[in-house]
Design a protein around this ligand. Structure first.
Ligand SMILES: [Zn+2]
Length: 717
């Protein structure tokens, strides 16, 4: 551990963490928590403990049509609505122990200034273009309809309830005009197309630079990278950044008073404006300015977002930044489009890493506030502890694959792991110390095995967190818990205390050191639990940067506290308390899980035919089976059953069709590796040609996914 500590001592890192902005309209649900909100908090807490300078920003995303419409429905102003929602949001965040350097909103003056500055620079440099277009207009309520407010039949999969921006069934991005039999969700009227004019961000101008930038990213989750590159390869298109509405950031141009800037263009800029706001509040206390995080080449930028927001953070936000950075090549422009507190004529950093998760599904479906699918954080917090929720969402975070939520997993995570393993060990140890050693740490020396386990856990968790692998990090805690229980059982202190109290003392000395290790290791993950352990171990006077941030709003001391220091003999501990309580797997939850299984079609039946013909080895050798990476997947317009895939086998790409439509969404396949028959003679299917075959097992088909470590193109033998 020493070398690692020394390595980090040399350089205090600057880490900006941008967390996607929750929409100021409705609830945070468990899908959001598993998606991004818990992992970013762990990441930030960890880096603060290491003594790094952290700036984690986010806030409520206040703009957008749904807010305006909902406010009108309630008879209040949008501003009143977002103020109410924000209060609720902040409370939920506090209850879940989320800790931000600045959690603000997009309706601040600083944000407006920053967005308008970016708009003007992009416009000046020709990155914005004006275009006339026809847009749906609701003749009953007499207004233009945002994409989501037009529903109709998906032209690809014929789902009758597709939205104007996306089909939730097949995952295709849509334009409202593509929908068959469109209708307005505001009045149910058939909308008519009407002409309007808007500014567009000319994304094609950035394609080359984006591709070059993305090609330097070797440590991103593969699917995030493939998805982003796929978008660019398919050809970027100019994207409208203004709309006909009154709620939002005004377009800084005469004659455009009835239009505002589109919410997606403004929300991502929040990362920058929230940093500027933080700087104004705390620069004199921290001696750091937003520029230290945004203009130091060594500063690292991490974005924690939901899978659906990937293009906004890997394509659109970087484009905005690249375009805006042009102002720094001219002193005159630097002064003209000056941001608050800006001193250095130096470019802004692009994202270092975009950390996105796939989805936590409920009954095989994406949880969505709009469609009322999901379990809200508020509901969960009524019955379950914040640390239980945090633990579960990290343990089952859908980092590389969609994961199905079940109540059983949720309950088991608490009962079997937190209560049964970690809580049980800590409780046994502390109770034993209290009952047999008058609450004093007995004499002993650290067993080699115990020391090694502790050391390894610190190193492994550090490595996993550096790679933003939260599933793996949390499993290390569980591993240490299992080791600790086994150690306690093998040493049988309850027997040795009667015969050889020195031996029992040594066991408990070691067990206490394991508790101490847990106390530090749990800090980023389960802060409330770590606090309780600190109290029990009588170590609650120790300095903790996260606690200081929570109390004062900033951190004054920087030191590396991610380390294990043995507790000396004679140290007095406090009364043990129960860390985790068992919770009940209720009848209703069991019912929900059963229902869930029934609606899920993806588990194949195990009935496989036993009849099998033998073949000659020669024939087997002729079949070329290879690992392929699905780079793109779409549904061909001419088929209801097939999915068309672009599959990479390393040096070569092939187009392969699979009859998977009924069981898989194209988006679920992208970025995943499967097994393919590589040398199948090209076969005509419908209007296309398939140059290979995907392998699946059972009926319905379960695709055989391949370990990410095996490179695409690998031949099976
Ligand atoms: Zn569809």
């Amino acid at each position: 551990m020493r070398e690692i500590l020394n390595k980090n001592k040399k350089m205090r890192r600057k880490i900006l963490i941008g967390v996607s902005w929750p929409y100021a309209n409705g609830e945070i649900h468990i899908g959001h928590l598993a998606g991004q909100y818990v992992s970013c908090d762990v990441f930030a807490r960890y880096h603060r403990l290491r003594g790094n300078d952290v700036l984690m920003v986010s806030g409520s995303d206040d703009h957008g049509a749904p807010i305006q419409f909902k406010a009108e429905e309630k008879g209040i102003t949008p501003k009143e609505l977002v103020t109410q929602s924000r209060k609720h949001l902040v409370k939920t965040y506090q209850d879940l122990s989320f800790l931000y350097e600045n959690f603000t909103s997009t309706s601040t003056e600083i944000h407006k200034e920053t967005v308008q500055s970016i708009f003007l620079v992009l416009k000046k440099h020709g990155y914005l273009i004006k275009k006339k277009s026809k847009q749906y207009w609701d003749p009953k309520v007499k207004r233009f309809l945002p994409d989501r407010y037009v529903r109709g039949t998906c032209p690809y999969c014929k789902n009758p309830n597709a939205r104007g921006d996306e089909c939730p069934e097949c995952g295709k991005f849509l334009a409202p005009e593509e929908l068959l039999e469109p209708r307005s969700t505001l009045s149910d009227a058939t909308p008519i197309l009407k002409e309007t004019e808007h500014y567009y961000l000319d994304l094609p101008q950035f394609s080359k630079q984006l591709m070059k930038w993305l090609s330097t990213k070797n440590d991103w989750r593969k699917w995030v990278l493939e998805f982003s590159k796929g978008w660019i390869k398919n050809g970027l298109e100019p994207r409208p950044i203004t709309r006909d509405m009154s709620w939002g950031i005004p377009v800084p141009e005469k004659g455009w008073e009835n239009k505002v800037i589109y919410v997606w263009f403004d929300a991502v800029i929040g990362y920058l404006s929230a940093s500027i706001e933080w700087s104004e509040k705390f620069a004199n206390k921290t001696k750091l300015s937003w520029e230290d995080f945004w203009k130091d080449e060594k500063a690292e930028h991490y974005y924690f977002i939901a899978g659906g927001n990937v293009p906004f953070h890997t394509i659109i936000w970087p484009s905005q930044l690249i375009g805006y950075n042009t102002k720094y090549s001219s002193k005159k422009e630097f002064e003209e489009f000056h941001l608050r507190g800006e001193r250095k004529q130096k470019e802004l950093n692009l994202p270092t890493k975009v950390v996105a998760n796939k989805m936590l599904l409920l009954h095989g479906k994406k949880m969505s506030k709009g469609d009322n699918i999901g379990i809200s954080a508020t509901e969960l917090l009524k019955t379950y502890s914040a640390d239980h929720i945090r633990y579960f969402t990290l343990r089952y975070a859908p980092e590389n694959h969609d994961t199905e939520f079940t109540w059983k997993d949720f309950i088991d995570a608490n009962n079997n792991e937190l209560v049964g393993i970690i809580g049980n060990f800590i409780n046994r140890t502390l109770t034993f110390t209290k009952n047999n050693f008058e609450s004093k740490v007995p004499k002993g020396s650290l067993d080699l095995e115990v020391g090694e386990q502790i050391h390894r856990t610190f190193v492994n968790i550090e490595n996993h967190l550096e790679k933003t692998e939260f599933n793996k990090a949390i499993k290390e805690l569980l591993k240490l818990g299992k080791f600790a229980n086994k150690y306690f059982n093998d040493q049988t202190p309850w027997i040795s205390i009667k015969e050889d109290s020195e031996k029992a003392g040594n066991t408990i000395y070691n067990a206490i050191q394991l508790v101490e290790a847990f106390r530090v290791l749990l800090k980023p993950f389960l802060p409330q639990t770590a606090r309780t352990i600190s109290q029990m171990l009588n170590k609650d006077n120790e300095y903790d940067p996260n606690e200081e941030l929570q109390t004062n709003g900033y951190i004054s001391k920087k030191q590396d506290l991610w380390q294990f220091t043995p507790i000396p003999p004679e140290h007095l501990i406090n009364k043990p308390q129960i860390l985790f309580n068992k919770v009940e797997y209720t009848k209703a939850q069991q019912q929900a899980d059963i229902q869930n299984k029934k609606t899920k079609t993806k588990s194949p039946s195990l009935k496989a035919s036993n009849k099998s013909h033998t073949i000659e080895f020669d024939l087997f050798q002729k079949i070329d089976l290879r690992v392929g990476l699905v780079k793109d997947a779409t549904i061909p317009k001419w088929s209801q059953k097939l999915i068309k895939m672009r599959v990479s086998f390393g040096s070569e790409e092939k187009t392969i069709f699979g009859g998977l439509r009924e069981w898989y969404k194209p988006a679920e396949l992208i970025g995943q590796k499967f097994l393919f028959v590589y040398n199948l003679k090209p076969k005509k299917v419908g209007e296309g040609t398939s140059e290979g075959m995907i392998l699946a097992a059972g009926e319905p088909p379960l695709l055989i996914s391949i370990d990410d470590k095996i490179p695409e193109g690998t031949r099976l033998s």
